[in-house]
Design a protein around this ligand. Structure first.
Ligand code: PGA
Length: 247
């Protein structure tokens, strides 16, 4: 069975200034010199997308509005992201679900807006600590997947990121068995939706990924890359994760 090429994406969140061009140039040099066994993407704050583009690293966005334009002060649309050369946008990150009260329906509308522009939506799902302790992980992830993937989504425009909320920025990670269990459930849902093509949808793991645990996480069945927060801010740290994907 063919497996999709892994996608290792950095989510800079609300970090980075114009001086961050240095990190992108450094990362680009490391990849040019030593290669990468995966696709590499950086999603900086929207303020930096233009400045960091065209430097040899794919640049994506962290969110988009569900409408393409109009009276939505402070928001950014998928059309605008495409105009800047983005090919990817993260939607439904747990911080947006929590801080901006984004529901599955809203995430689905955003993913749809992105896909209508030919962008690939990285749709994030994951349980909170309380949900995990209550044994609800698989139910929560299932309903987020069912509720957040647009009805007319295409395989090429869809990436799933499984990010347990309790593992984000905490240094804690689930066991590889737990990751395998959740990713197998997500794969089954994707096969159900897309038929055998569902095998080609990349399922990233995210939550405290760093160079020291990237290799064991990437070896888990149905893990096709990583979504990385803190460890993506410095080129050297991020490249340490990327090298885990070199065979
Ligand atoms: P972290 O964040 O790698 O800092 O845990 C991951 C994410 O929120 O995407």
């Amino acid at each position: 069975m063919t497996t999709p090429k892994a996608l290792v994406a950095g989510n800079w969140k609300m970090n980075g200034l114009m001086t961050s061009v240095r990190e992108i140039n450094a990362l680009s040099n490391m990849i040019e010199k030593n290669g990468a066994g995966c696709e590499v993407l950086i999603c900086p704050p929207a303020t930096l997308i233009h400045a960091l583009s065209g430097k040899g690293i794919d640049i994506g966005a962290q969110d988009c509005h569900m409408m393409q334009n109009g009276a939505h002060t402070g928001d950014i649309s998928a059309v605008m992201l495409k105009d800047l050369g983005c090919r990817y946008v993260i939607v439904g990150h747990s911080e947006r679900r929590a801080d901006h009260f984004e529901t599955n329906d809203m995430v689905k509308a955003k993913a749809h807006a992105a896909q209508m522009q030919g962008l690939t939506a990285i749709i994030c799902v994951g349980e909170t600590n309380t949900q995990r302790e209550n044994g609800e992980t698989l139910d929560v992830v299932t309903s987020q997947i069912m509720g957040s993937i647009p009805e007319d989504a295409a395989v090429a425009g869809t990436v799933i990121a499984y990010e347990p909320v309790w593992a984000i920025g905490t240094g804690k990670t689930p066991t590889t068995e737990d990751v395998a269990e959740v990713h197998a459930v997500i794969r089954a849902l994707l096969l159900n939706k897309f038929g055998t093509d569902g095998n080609m949808v990349r399922i990233q793991y995210g939550g405290s990924v760093k160079a020291s645990n990237a290799k064991e996480l990437m070896a888990v069945p149905n893990v096709n890359g990583a979504l990385v927060g803190g460890a993506s801010l410095k080129a050297e740290d991020f490249y340490g994760i990327i090298t885990a994907y070199q065979s």
